[in-house]
Design a protein around this ligand. Structure first.
Ligand code: TRP
Length: 335
């Protein structure tokens, strides 16, 4: 790790509950590697969070390793970023318990994600699902970050984290830095290939290109991508009138660096039949090095173990400092 003391700190967590897809990559992860120039970055795999929904144990283990390998393959350098696994740093669960006791039932009841998830998993509305934001607050506050990059759906949880931090600071004096949500410069907004009105998502697998999909699979998905039923049948960027083609154009633009005008000129007079496989090819070439590198890393378990052990060690040292401070402030007798 370089001497990063004067850099602002950034932290984010990702649940290892499935495979990464093209939308995750072009929309976000692609830009993360460069962040470490400006910020000291912590990224962790929020494996404890995934337990709020039933997981298949062997799959959770596999997803965790796959995600770690994919992040590295997408350009997150473990020498320049602290990459670790949440459950390897026990201070998360420990501070999570303390924060449970400083977060109100009413506050947690207002979390829209809790309401959505309990509607979706009506047979398993467990206590962890309810107190999930307290564990997330602990994840964040342990590292005293300046910024927490999150998507729209997590903003309410960061807001709650700020409130809990302020409450604790008011009671015990300055303990936690109150973090700001960081709205990342967004990359391409990638929509589902078979429903351009919805975001690309693993819950619609046919319209979703996974980072580890084989070239044939990718080409098949692009050939079947829905285009628009307008009569002009030409490649023109117009998200309102031609959402399907415009989505493919934005993917093609992100993969090739070409502008919409250049793409329109390139496919002038050619219709969709030539355009769709060209987008498929561009995506195949963009994902090829990522897939190959991910696979190479997954075959090198010792390397990945080295990465997550070193990450847990660095993260644990920071986390432990905050946790000791908190334990002392609330009156727990030191061991
Ligand atoms: N709750 C986040 C999600 O589902 C993941 C997460 C857990 C997280 N802990 C975090 C994100 C801390 C940012 C900071 O996407």
């Amino acid at each position: 790790m370089s001497e990063t003391t004067e850099k602002k700190v950034m932290l984010s967590g990702i649940q290892p509950s499935g495979a990464l897809h093209l939308g995750n990559y072009l929309g976000a992860i692609k830009n993360w590697g460069a962040r470490s120039e400006e910020f000291e970055c912590f990224y962790f795999l929020a494996d404890l969070h995934t337990l709020t929904v039933r997981q298949v144990p062997a799959e959770l283990r596999r997803h965790t390793l796959e995600l770690l390998a994919s992040y590295i393959a997408c350009g997150l350098d473990p020498e320049k970023n602290t990459l670790f696994i949440q459950s390897h740093v026990p201070q998360h669960a420990e501070l999570g318990w303390v924060l449970d006791c400083y977060t109100m039932f009413g506050e947690l009841s207002r979390m829209t994600q809790f309401k959505d998830k309990s509607a979706k998993h009506a047979d398993n509305i467990n206590a962890g699902l309810f107190t999930y934001p307290c564990l997330m607050a602990a994840d964040i506050l342990l590292y005293q970050p300046d910024y927490v990059p999150v998507g729209e759906d997590q903003k309410q949880h960061v807001e709650l984290t700020r409130n809990v931090a302020q409450r604790f600071n008011n009671l015990y004096g300055e303990t936690f830095k109150v973090p700001e949500p960081y709205i990342p410069k967004t990359g391409a907004r990638v929509m589902s290939l078979n429903d351009p009105a919805s975001k690309m998502s693993k819950s619609i697998p046919e319209g979703c290109v996974f980072l580890l999909d084989k070239p044939e699979e990718i080409q098949r998905k692009f050939k079947r991508a829905v285009t628009d039923s307008d009569t002009e049948r030409c490649v023109r960027y117009d998200p309102a009138a031609k959402p399907g083609v415009s989505n493919l154009m934005s993917i093609y633009a992100a993969c090739t660096g070409r502008s919409y005008a250049e793409i329109e000129a390139e496919f002038d007079g050619q219709g969709y039949g030539a355009f769709k496989p060209a987008v498929g090819d561009a995506v195949i070439e963009t994902l090829r090095p990522i897939r190959e590198e991910t696979q190479r890393l997954l075959a090198d378990k010792a390397y990945l173990e080295g990465v997550y052990r070193a990450g847990a060690e660095r993260a644990g040292a920071v986390a432990n400092k905050t946790l000791r401070k908190v334990y002392k402030k609330v009156g727990l007798l030191p061991r």
